[in-house]
Design a protein around this ligand. Structure first.
Ligand code: FE2
Length: 182
């Protein structure tokens, strides 16, 4: 692992220290401090007089001054199938290791007929859905009851954990929603 000069400087400033002095004696690579072992990490944490987890957090952070930008084409994309039919395409929006409990997705809904609907069995996270391209029919199951509601662009839904649900496009075109799981 490499702790960049930039990140080291921020840690050093926070400790009222000089980054060059903090770095001296450490192996360098790509302008940052090279940390090859727990001993290296411990030595740097001793030098900074900071707990190791705070140093590790700086090394491992995917944020830039507290922010992560995810460009349109950068997010992880996966298309799922249910019963052999293309169902959803998930595109990850900006998500960060700083908040692993939050998953923000742009979902293209390919399923467009009632007889292809397969409920997902629910998941442990809560979910907020916002319809960006409708109309969409949502099926869900709670307390053994099958329920259904039609949603238009701009509508939003909150789903409790473990509520089985599914979305289908009501038109012949793909529909789209944003889903925030947390
Ligand atoms: Fe979901």
């Amino acid at each position: 692992m490499i702790l960049s000069r930039e990140k080291l400087e921020k840690l050093a400033i926070g400790r009222k220290m000089d980054a060059s002095q903090v770095m001296s004696g450490f192996a360098m690579e790509e302008g940052g401090v090279k940390l090859d072992s727990m001993d290296d990490l411990r030595a740097l944490s001793d030098r900074l007089i900071l707990p190791m987890d705070q140093v590790l957090e700086a090394v491992d952070s995917d944020l830039d001054d507290g922010v992560k930008v995810c460009r349109k084409a950068e997010g992880f994309v996966r298309t799922s199938e249910r019963n052999g039919n293309r169902y959803y395409t998930y595109q990850h929006l900006a998500t960060s290791k700083a908040a692993p409990e939050l998953m923000a997705l742009r979902v293209t809904v390919h399923c467009n007929s009632d007889d292809q609907v397969v409920l997902n069995g629910g998941h442990g996270s809560k979910e907020i859905v916002y319809i960006t391209k409708g109309p969409i029919r949502m099926d869900w199951q709670a307390l053994g009851q099958l329920r259904q509601v039609d949603l238009r662009e701009g509508d939003s839904v909150f789903l409790s954990p473990n509520v089985s649900h599914s979305f289908r496009a009501l038109g012949s075109q793909d529909a789209e929603l944003l889903a925030f799981n947390y």
